[in-house]
Ligand binder design. Structure first.
Ligand code: HEM
Length: 162
């Protein structure tokens, strides 16, 4: 299932961008421009006053869906090795933890330990997604094709003798 390669790699790329944006949110000191949770002051409508933090949250929501979708496809796959399934399950757990921690970071007004934990859990999440991608690229997909292709019908008795 080549879909696993594309899905896991897309997820990793979006996650990388999210961590980049998170670093920018932190370094530019705009972490509390959306002081509420889960929505920003104008609900779903973006505004230039909090556009960076709005972007961080929107990309986080997309990343969460992608990580969980990758896990679902990995678990369903017949060719995915055990290690890949475990890595994708840990990644899904980490993304749920990360979104929850993101909310606590806001509620606790950027407590330094929580922000550090947010960075640490982000690294765990990235590592697990990277492992999932590496596994996805090492799978021998021809095995799954052989398993699903029905055997060819013999046309003539001669074929049997051959
Ligand atoms: C998959 C989900 C997420 C990932 C991978 C992620 C990742 C990151 C990273 C890497 C940073 C930079 C940390 C640092 O430089 O110390 C950051 C900052 C931040 N994140 Fe997230 N984040 C996620 C979700 C969220 C969510 C849902 C919120 C909720 C509001 C949030 C709120 C914040 C805030 C406020 C900061 C800036 C903290 C500061 O000002 O120092 N994050 N994020």
């Amino acid at each position: 299932m080549q879909l696993l390669k594309a899905l896991s790699f897309t997820t990793l790329s979006v996650l990388f961008s999210l961590m980049f944006i998170g670093g920018y949110v932190s370094a530019s000191g705009v972490g509390l421009t959306c002081p509420d949770w889960p929505l920003c002051p104008q609900g779903l409508v973006p505004h230039q006053d909090f556009i960076i933090e709005y972007f961080h949250r929107s990309v986080a929501a997309t990343t969460g869906l992608l990580v969980i979708t990758t896990m679902a496809f990995t678990i369903k796959s017949k060719v995915a090795p055990r290690g890949m399934k475990i890595a994708s399950i840990i990644a899904a757990g980490a993304v749920i933890g990360q979104v929850t921690l993101g909310a606590i970071v806001i509620v606790e007004r950027l407590h330094s330990l929580l922000v550090t934990g947010h960075l640490g859990l982000g690294i765990v999440l990235f590592s697990m997604m990277l492992m999932t991608v590496i596994y996805a690229y090492r799978i021998d997909y021809s095995k799954s094709t052989k398993a699903t292709t029905p055997p060819q019908k013999l046309k003539h008795n001669e074929d049997i003798r051959e």
